[in-house]
Design a protein around this ligand. Structure first.
Ligand SMILES: O=C(O)CCC(=O)C(=O)O
Ligand SMILES: [Fe+2]
Length: 349
């Protein structure tokens, strides 16, 4: 696998970028996406918000919002174990979910999001998905950000559809409509600074910030900060350090814009395309030479199709010729996600 990630500018005409995007998706499963709509200032504000939340919120308050069965809420340092063979991850995060990208509402209560009537005679016990008090005055910023991320993802899907030579340009976007229930999650992550003195007492390896894993959904869009690299792709033998390639930090070519998004393809798209699109194993680790002066923060948007999407064959010659002729599985996007989540979290409230 080539170790150099491609940069695709999604503001350019689709016919001039779709082959490059497909090549990146097939070969690396990762690429940089330039030409998005985010300014540096906007992304700085998001990172400041994330830092304030993690630093200023007491642990007992964070735990009141612990991650729930809808994959919404706060995850503690060692709650998540992405690579079951290795130590638990050394990080904390907050997931926003149950988002309506049309209205901008997020953490919508379960009954409303799933479209259930909540009359007295039919009362259900759906989760409320409360927004932590800290974020309540920031709802507009969070809404706008998730809406822009979803629109960016739709553009990437459109380019990908063209690259796959699917005749219907809306084949994928029509299964990612903004106002339908899906597993999309907007996540803030903090990986604390490693303190060698403290770490000796820990019973897990703090240099593993996120264990080796693949993402579950269709696409993942990620903002990282300059000087806070550490995301690595598996490009060879995972037991050997040379088998991992670090995602570098690159600046935008556009004045005032945020850096290109790091984009990767998830298990669901790989499965759906008979493996034509690659869902590449990645991890987050301290690497030699990295600044140990500050925590590492990242902001991630996990894109999923609508829950009810049936993963039936993609009408593409490229996909058909990659298959083994077996009958298409009839699971939905929601089932696919639940199976993966069950394996990742040991206990959730
Ligand atoms: O923080 C990062 O750079 C990557 C996080 C990640 O891979 C994940 O949460 O799935
Ligand atoms: Fe990931």
């Amino acid at each position: 696998m080539s170790k150099v990630l491609k940069v695709v500018d999604i503001s350019e005409p689709i016919e001039s970028i779709s082959d490059t995007l497909l090549e990146a998706a097939r070969e690396q499963g990762f690429l940089f996406v330039e030409g998005h709509d985010f300014t540096q200032e906007e992304v700085d504000i998001l990172f400041t918000l994330s830092k304030q939340f993690f630093e200023e919120t007491p642990d007992d308050v964070k735990s009141q919002y612990s991650i729930n069965k809808n994959n919404i809420g706060y995850t503690h340092f060692t709650n998540e174990q992405l690579d079951p063979r290795k130590a638990r991850d050394f990080k904390e995060g907050y997931n926003f979910g149950f988002i309506n990208f049309k209205t901008g509402q997020f953490n919508i209560n379960e009954d409303e999001y799933m479209g259930k009537e909540n009359t007295d005679s039919q009362r259900t016990s759906g989760s409320k998905n409360d927004v932590p008090t800290f974020f309540q005055s920031k709802q507009e910023l969070i809404s706008r950000t998730t809406q822009k991320l979803h629109a960016t993802a739709a553009r990437i899907l459109e380019v990908m559809t063209r690259g796959l030579q699917v005749e219907d340009p809306e084949f994928f976007t029509s299964k990612h409509r903004p106002d339908k229930p899906s597993g999309c999650v907007f996540r803030m992550l903090r990986y604390p600074l490693i303190r060698e003195d403290l770490d000796a007492t820990l019973d897990y390896d703090p240099t593993i910030r996120a264990g080796a894993h693949t993402d579950y959904g269709s696409l993942t869009l990620l903002f990282q900060r300059e000087g806070q690299q550490g995301l690595q792709l598996q490009t060879g033998d995972p037991e050997n350090n040379d088998g991992w390639t670090e995602v570098p930090f690159v600046r935008s070519k556009y004045e005032g814009k945020a850096p290109p998004l790091v984009v990767n393809f998830g298990d669901l798209l790989s499965y759906w395309t008979n493996g034509v699109l690659k869902s590449t194993v990645h991890r987050v680790k301290f690497s030699p030479g990295e600044s140990r002066e500050s925590d590492r923060y990242s902001i991630v948007f996990f894109v999923h199709p609508e829950n009810s999407t049936l993963l039936t064959p993609v009408p593409s010659e490229l996909v058909a010729s990659a298959g083994n002729g077996a009958a298409p599985p009839t699971i939905t996007a929601a089932q696919h996600l639940q199976e993966r989540l069950a394996a990742t979290y040991e206990s959730r409230t």
